[in-house]
Design a binder for this molecule. Structure first.
Ligand code: ADP
Ligand code: MG
Length: 313
């Protein structure tokens, strides 16, 4: 059934450029599926734009704050416009890595040991506590950014203070996490069930999966399905589905995990409720391994959104 779909993209987050690409790719797929599509670059006049366009359903192709964090979802709820993807609470919880980890940890899902530092804290003392508790190296990240923005590996205590200063330019809280040496895995979940896609192994050629490794062609190799024993692949998918359900995600998400070398222990790093959705993004790559085209992925996500349209009607 053809619908008028508004694709929300761009916005003012640090991930604006990626979002514009996701939005364009999703809009093309939605048109291929026979929908009428209106692309909206998100600005403070979004409520007016939506009131004018009057979409049947919205596809938020936004990453990071002001779109992946529940704020746009809240506006859509107030305007009674059905939308694809997670609701207000799951979106807000998943964008905050500290909240995500606390929730998962509380429910027995393994997460890397961590310390949270607040901007304005007694950095010297806190750094000492963090490095003693976690031992070096550590990963430092802003509590709520994506695309590896502000994420750094720190190998010595002296490096930590300047890295924290950087993080506090993006965020009021920094997550200092035990560095886990292992394989970076990711699992896409799409559609109303949801459908769990094959495990994808991300292999950055140098260092960790930073912004450059994510978006510069040739910097990273991808293996899907990951060449890991079936038992571990199943466990990876199980933990991903459990995390998706615990946070209350809907329609689409991508869960990042690390499989520790030597121990085979799995740790959930984070959940992306609006994962990148360009033709070369990870969810479409994993979907291709399961025989699904990019358009199939978007159709599957819209299937979940359609259920909400029925509820709204
Ligand atoms: N605890 C950790 N140990 C080892 N590598 C990590 C750890 N946390 C993050 N990384 C690396 O940093 C990347 C980005 O971290 P992630 O938590 O996924 O944040 P983002 O939202 O920026 O993607 C990961 O894909 C991984 O390569
Ligand atoms: Mg990630």
């Amino acid at each position: 059934m053809s619908k008028k779909v508004a694709v929300l993209m761009g916005g003012s987050s640090a991930e604006r450029e990626v979002s514009l690409e996701t939005g364009a790719a999703v809009a093309t797929a939605l048109r291929e599926l026979g929908n009428e599509v209106v692309e909206i670059d998100v600005t403070p006049s979004l409520p007016l734009d939506l009131a004018e366009v009057k979409p049947d359903v919205v596809f938020p192709a936004l990453h990071g704050r002001g779109g992946e964090d529940g704020t746009v979802q809240g506006l859509l709820e107030i305007m009674r416009i059905p939308y694809a993807g997670s609701g207000v609470l799951a979106s807000a919880a998943a964008l905050d890595k500290v909240v995500t980890k606390d929730l998962l940890d509380y429910h027995g899902i393994p997460v890397a040991d961590h310390v949270v530092l607040e901007s304005g804290c007694d950095a010297d003392r806190e750094i000492l506590v963090a490095t003693e508790r976690l031992s070096l190296p550590v990963m430092v990240k802003p509590a709520s950014e994506g695309s590896s923005i502000g994420v750094a590996r720190v190998d010595s205590a002296e490096e930590l203070a300047p890295v924290l200063d950087q993080v506090f330019m993006h965020d009021s809280r920094a997550l200092v996490e035990r560095f886990i040496d292992g394989k970076l895995l990711t699992v896409g979940l799409i559609g109303p069930e949801p459908m769990i896609l094959p495990v994808l192994h991300i292999k950055p050629k140098v260092g960790f999966y930073d912004y450059k490794a994510k978006y510069q062609p040739g910097m990273t190799e991808y293996e899907v399905p990951a060449a890991i024993p079936d038992r571990l692949a199943e466990r990876t998918q199980e933990l991903s589905l459990d995390s998706f359900r615990l946070l209350g995600c809907d329609d689409m998400s991508r869960v990042d995990l690390i499989l520790e070398d030597g121990t085979d222990r799995l740790f959930v790093l984070e959940i992306n409720t609006l994962p990148g959705m360009t033709a070369t993004s990870l969810v479409p790559k994993a979907a291709a391994a399961a025989g699904l085209s990019f358009t199939d992925v978007v159709a599957e996500i819209m299937d979940g959104a359609r259920l909400k349209i029925n509820l709204a009607e």
